[in-house]
Ligand binder design. Structure first.
Ligand code: G6P
Length: 356
């Protein structure tokens, strides 16, 4: 097993470090000079319903933002386990299931039900020939390679890459904008490498966070699901109770938990959400919580309010879902390591949940 870890202490860390290659491989599958995805799954579609579980569910939440923002198609996201209790999709619904393993029982069941109700089903999966690929009408593959660590890392980023490609394929934004975004997408492997190379600050912050039993993660717009995924990663591997919220929800309950015992991790993106997020960060600080902010490297303002800043390279805001998530994966990993947790196989969790 040690040989398979390629010199890394855990599979989770090895797999996070594979992310640049995974992005390259996934891009080369579906991107030449142009995006090569066959978009026939979208013909006649009036709405998209995403279904998934766990980390893949968070990829769906992020996908909804991309699709609505850039492709102008209305999208919903359902937990696969809840989908069965909701209104039937119509024949003009495209159901997109996202599943790393292609074997998650709830996701497979949601796909079967969607088909029975007349929807078209596209699956985004990492495993060739998995059950999901046999149920789906259309299949797109992430090229993450085998993922051993129970906590999903590189496969999540690969899912986001496929979602970027689908969105750009379906979007009607001006060609020059599309070209610009594709250019940045091709640069993502390099961008992620830079985050991996500058992990000292993350390690240092982890040593502090490891002492706490409660953490709150916040973000806005695409930062909201990034916060949810950051919190999920933290609780999975470090056993710290971590909750993610869209920042606007803090006042509606979580504020009661703020204080010296509850650090807050914020995802701060340089877009139209910036000012209001900064305000939320100030409000958190005023209530004595330690604040850790993931922010871009050119942001000077944030230092005035944050106790710690995790710097990531500046990108178009939509790619912050990747940069911030990689930083938060590392934060979860190092915090768990500091706490001496069984990182690759957390208690009570399975890599693939094949029962409903
Ligand atoms: C399990 C794993 C998670 C994963 C979820 C969905 O709970 O521990 O890491 O996100 O299943 O898995 P899938 O293979 O459908 O993406």
């Amino acid at each position: 097993e040690d040989a398979e870890k390629g010199g890394y202490e855990h599979f989770m860390l090895k797999e996070i470090h594979e992310t640049p290659r995974v992005i390259e491989d996934t891009l080369s599958e579906y991107l030449d000079d142009e995006i090569t995805i066959d978009a026939s799954f979208a013909f006649g579609v009036s709405e998209i319903v995403f279904v998934a579980c766990g980390t893949s569910y968070h990829a769906c939440l992020i996908g909804k933002y991309f699709i609505e923002k850039l492709a102008d198609i209305s999208a919903k996201v359902e937990y696969a386990s809840e989908f069965i209790y909701h209104q039937p999709p119509t024949g003009r619904t495209l159901v997109i299931s996202i599943t790393q393993s292609g074997e998650t029982a709830d996701t497979l069941e949601a796909m079967r039900i969607a088909k029975k109700r007349g929807a078209k089903v596209l699956t985004i999966t990492n495993v060739l020939g998995s059950t999901a690929t046999r149920i789906a009408d259309f299949v797109l593959y992430t090229r993450a390679g085998p993922e051993i660590s129970v906590a999903a890392t590189k496969s999540f980023i690969a899912q986001l890459v496929v979602l970027y490609l689908i969105t750009l394929k379906l979007s009607h934004i001006p060609r020059s904008e599309k070209v610009e975004l594709l250019k940045e997408l091709r640069l993502l492997p390099e961008v992620v490498k830079r985050i991996l190379d500058s992990k000292e600050e993350i390690e240092r912050i982890s040593k502090l966070l490891a002492k706490y039993e409660n953490l709150i993660y916040i973000g806005r717009e695409v930062g909201g699901p990034v916060a949810l995924e950051g919190a999920l990663k933290m609780k999975e591997v470090s056993y710290i109770h971590a909750e993610g919220y869209p920042a606007g929800e803090l006042k509606h309950g979580p504020f009661a938990l703020l204080g010296e015992k509850t650090p807050v991790v914020a995802s701060l993106v340089r877009d139209h959400t910036y000012e209001i997020m900064l305000n939320n960060i100030k409000e958190v600080k005023a209530r004595d919580s330690i604040v850790v902010v993931v922010a871009d490297e050119e942001d000077k303002e944030v230092e005035k309010y944050a106790d710690f800043v995790i710097r990531v390279p500046k990108t178009n805001p939509i790619f912050s879902a990747v940069t911030h998530s990689v930083a938060l994966q590392l934060l979860a990993y190092y915090t768990a390591r500091e706490r001496g947790c069984e990182i690759d196989k957390p208690r009570n969790l399975a890599k693939s949940v094949t029962v409903e």
